[in-house]
Design a protein around this ligand. Structure first.
Ligand code: HAM
Length: 434
């Protein structure tokens, strides 16, 4: 038998029901903040991602030449496509534009638990921010609200600022190429590799330890708010870093006011994507181990990508939908199961006409209904209805046929009553409402 490609998954009905329920909760949360949904194509021109999303992602692209010899790639993420869409079609809309998306992404990675070659991202972006501090804070609040609404427990948000980080690197004399080399090492927390590289680049031991200490600055919101001056002194070699810290401080005060929690400040966050310019964050769920990051995002600027002149600030995040599902499963979260409201059981062929009529009525009332057609006897039909997680069995036998009724059995309560044929759907609806 042919197997599915490595790193992809099939989803059984129970899993899809659970996934849709999670999607519904996330959707309701972002919509309650005033975000509207958009969709973009599953594949894009290769150029959209190469050298713009970052070295790691470029290595992981699922790219190919199409029949017209064009370089195409399956999307590895949605921020670049969203910005492409913005510049081509949405530019004239009133700002800030608050949008969300839910879509599959593809990365050629080594598959393992929580890391797939096809996975889903649920993300939100604010394009053309109105108030940098407030919009960034709102986005963090939204990301945490989504994760809370998902039912997940025990996740922790870490917030940093690549503006501070990059300004510190500049103040140590590192040029753009050296920064490009250093940032992924910082992102992965490979401090030994970073130290070796900086030694090679002839940085003094003092400068190297200054950088390593700065990267390892972790504190609570209150500690940052109260210790802002001390941190600013640490950054005194760079006016840009101090300015970025002042901005960061304003945003941190807002997330505290919004009650965003639990959050820690972590100046060592570099992110795997190149386009971030300001606040950056990641949310971890420790119990997922190596693939613990369930959400990531930050403030960015994609102007250069599209060679446009105007300054356009944006900020966004993407939740790793599959990792949230995995986390919920590990936490024994009780998911919704597929269900039927009614399972209609005609006891003979003569009863079929009435059964079809009742089933039509059930469908017409927005209820979920199906019918026994495999010719099972009563006992087995009821068992089958239970296996389908049906609320009610609607039995139509010879007796019911003569009386023009159906016997409606509540499968949870084991109670049965006769109901006029025309009233079956209304009866089930009223019982369901109780
Ligand atoms: P990212 O951190 O590369 O950011 O991906 C976002 C999330 O997608 C990760 O935190 C992780 O949960 C999930 N994820 C990534 N790769 C995989 C994989 N192979 N299998 C399963 N889940 C995965 C972005 O993609 C940015 N576009 C986020 C963003 C939006 N920044 C601003 N706006």
């Amino acid at each position: 038998m042919l197997q599915r490609p490595r790193g992809t998954r099939d989803f059984a009905p129970e899993e899809m029901t659970a996934r849709r329920a999670l999607e519904t909760r996330l959707r309701a949360t972002v919509q309650s903040f005033g975000y509207n949904e958009i969709a973009t194509p599953t594949f894009e021109h290769l150029e959209l991602f190469v050298n713009k999303s970052g070295a790691d992602i470029t290595k992981q692209l699922y790219n190919f030449k199409d029949k017209g010899e064009r370089d195409i790639t399956l999307r590895p993420e949605l921020t670049a496509p969203v910005m492409r869409f913005y510049f081509s079609d949405l530019k004239m809309r009133p700002k800030p534009l608050k949008i969300f998306y839910f879509g599959n992404c593809f990365r050629y990675e080594r598959p393992q638990d929580g890391r797939y070659r096809e996975f889903w991202q649920f993300g939100a972006e604010i394009i053309g921010v109105a108030d940098k501090h407030y919009d960034n804070a709102e986005l963090l609040n939204l990301a945490m609200s989504c994760l809370r609404a998902s039912g997940l427990k025990g996740f922790l948000m870490r917030v940093g600022h690549v503006g501070i980080l990059k300004a510190v690197l500049v103040s140590l004399g590192l040029g753009p190429e050296q920064q490009k080399y250093a940032m992924p090492l910082i992102d992965k927390g490979e401090y030994q590799g970073l130290e070796d590289y900086l030694k090679e680049q002839r940085l003094t031991p003092q400068d190297i330890s200054y950088l390593l200490e700065t990267l390892q600055q972790k504190m609570t919101l209150d500690e940052l708010i109260e210790g802002k001056d001390a941190l600013s002194r640490r950054l005194e070699r760079s006016k840009d870093a101090q300015q970025a810290l002042a901005d960061f401080y304003e945003m941190v005060k807002l997330i505290k006011e919004m009650g965003v929690s639990p959050v820690v400040i972590d100046l060592g966050i570099a992110r795997g994507l190149d386009y971030y310019t300001g606040m950056v964050f990641e949310v971890d769920l420790q119990e997922l181990g190596a693939e613990k990051q369930v959400c990531g995002g930050g403030a960015y600027n994609l102007e250069e990508l599209f060679e446009v002149k105007e300054r356009m600030d944006a900020t966004g995040f993407a939740i790793g939908f599959d990792r949230v599902m995995l986390g919920l499963t590990r936490q024994n979260y009780v998911f919704e199961r597929p269900f039927l409201d009614a399972f209609v059981i005609p006891m003979s062929r003569e009863c079929l006409t009435n059964a079809i009529k009742v089933l039509g009525q059930i469908h017409g009332s927005g209820l979920r209904g199906d019918m026994e057609l495999a010719g099972r006897g009563m006992g087995k039909s009821i068992k089958h209805a239970e296996a389908l997680n049906a609320g009610f069995a609607v039995i139509i036998g010879e007796d019911e046929l003569k009386k023009g009724v159906a016997s409606v059995k509540d499968l949870a309560k084991r109670a049965q009553e006769e109901v006029a044929l025309d009233d079956v759907a209304a009866h089930i609806l009223s019982k369901k409402a109780k």
